[in-house]
Ligand binder design. Structure first.
Ligand code: SF4
Length: 431
């Protein structure tokens, strides 16, 4: 057996078996990370991930001991777990035995339910593509996005790699440069200033967001005060909506707020409601109902104007979590989007774990678990999903399925036709 020295433990990324031949070990990163956390405690030994060029027959016979377990997958390929230590380091050999026994006890077939809920809505995805297209079409002009797009780290990294800068200050955009309005739009004064400076403008404002902005302006124009039904937290998208007519827009964040609403100066007979995009339609519907009870003459947006992106995503996550023994939320510990998805997944007391790396999966999480839900969030790099699925595939045959929720219009009955907007190409003006 190759290369294991006293004072170290090799976690095998592959092995050979006297009868089964080559044994792959996709779960090796899980075992190595577990040792790194002290599960079981490797002592002061170095832990290395490495192929082990030996067979079980070698174990104990030479300079090293390999402890392994393997099974044949549905295609007859050998998959397994293994760890090796120097034969003279008996304590390390015992750690290897304990490690492999612990994880081998988890080998079984499982279902993996992946929430097919892209963290980035259709509008966000289209905005990123339009921005990249603007870079290609104006290769000599510096391209800035005004305001951080609400998008996943992987898509934002594509912007950075293309040389796109993100700014909250138009002064940062040099004359002759291109400024991109992100999918949630920009406040009216920013739009006006960019035009006045003669900057190249690429407007990737999502059609649904633009519709909301237009509705706010139109309702104020007809003499109404607008009640903007929105989420619990102030967001940049909300600020853009309010900027259409700041003096005539009141924000409503909860049904309870409507019940006790006292808006000085607002005529209760001249109220219009507008729903902020990006919030749950179900939450909005409750607030609309309360608002109507309190102000029977309130008017405004039709339900067809609502964006279902956030609702569909949350429903998909709840559905996956609801039929899983354990749900893994992929994302950073400090990511508000992952916080939100974790809250959705854990509704009803479901077991949910957050992980930023595949190796975060602990053996104790998987005991008795037959169905695992997996939920991507904006802070999870694209490759993390693959790494998690690959690692779990090393713990027994997996059935990997996806679940999606998609709200759309019923043909012939109207409906939210703009659920998944196709953006205009991103018009470059005077670039
Ligand atoms: S309106 Fe809906 S689809 Fe458009 S950017 Fe906002 S959340 Fe995404």
């Amino acid at each position: 057996m190759s290369g294991v020295r006293p004072g170290e433990i090799l976690v095998a990324t592959g092995m050979t078996h006297p009868e089964r031949g080559t044994v792959s070990s996709p779960a090796a990163p899980l075992l190595a990370a577990a040792l790194g956390r002290g599960e079981p405690d490797p002592g002061r030994r170095r832990v290395r991930l490495h192929p082990v060029n030996g067979t079980a027959a070698d174990s104990g016979g030479g300079g090293a001991v390999l402890v392994m377990a393997s099974y044949l997958d549905l295609n007859g390929r050998a998959v397994g777990l293994g760890a090796a230590a120097h034969a003279g380091d008996r304590a390390a050999v015992e750690v290897c035995a304990e490690l492999v026994a612990q994880w081998a006890g988890l080998l079984r077939s499982r279902r993996l339910l992946v929430a097919d809920a892209d963290p980035d809505c259709a509008g966000a995805r289209a905005g990123i593509e339009a921005t990249l297209r603007a870079v290609r079409e104006a290769p000599d002009a510096p391209v800035h996005v005004y305001g951080r797009p609400v998008a996943s780290v992987s898509r934002l990294a594509r912007l950075t790699a293309a040389g796109v800068a993100i700014t909250d200050d138009l002064d940062a955009v040099p004359d002759g440069g291109v400024v991109v309005f992100p999918p949630h739009g920009v406040p009216l004064p920013v739009r006006a200033e960019a035009a006045a400076r003669g900057l190249g403008l690429v407007d990737t404002t999502c059609p649904l967001a633009a519709l909301t902005h237009r509705d706010v302006a139109a309702y104020v124009h007809r003499g109404d005060t607008v009640v903007l039904i929105t989420g619990a937290r102030d967001t940049v998208a909300e600020r853009v909506s309010v900027s259409q007519a700041p003096e005539f827009v009141l924000t409503m964040r909860s049904a309870a707020q409507a019940a006790g609403l006292q808006w000085s100066g607002a005529d209760p007979d001249r109220l219009s409601l507008v729903v902020q995009t990006g919030i749950s339609v179900e939450d909005a519907a409750v607030m609309i109902g309360t608002l109507r009870e309190r102000f029977p003459r309130v008017r405004g947006q039709h339900y067809d104007a609502l964006c279902y992106a956030a609702t569909d995503r949350a429903d998909a996550v709840r559905m996956v979590a609801g039929t899983s023994d354990l749900t893994l939320v992929l994302g950073a510990a400090d990511d508000p989007d992952a916080d939100h998805m974790e809250a959705e997944a854990s509704a009803g007391g479901r077991t949910v774990r957050r992980l930023a790396a595949a190796g975060d999966v602990a053996a104790a999480w998987l005991t008795g678990v037959n169905a695992i839900g997996v939920v991507p969030t904006r802070s999870a790099p694209e490759e993390l999903m693959t790494q998690v699925l690959d690692a779990l595939a090393g713990l027994g045959p997996l059935s990997v399925v996806t679940r999606q929720v998609r709200t759309g219009p019923r043909p012939g009955y109207g409906g939210p036709a703009l659920t998944a907007p196709a953006l205009p190409d991103g018009t470059v003006i005077d670039a």
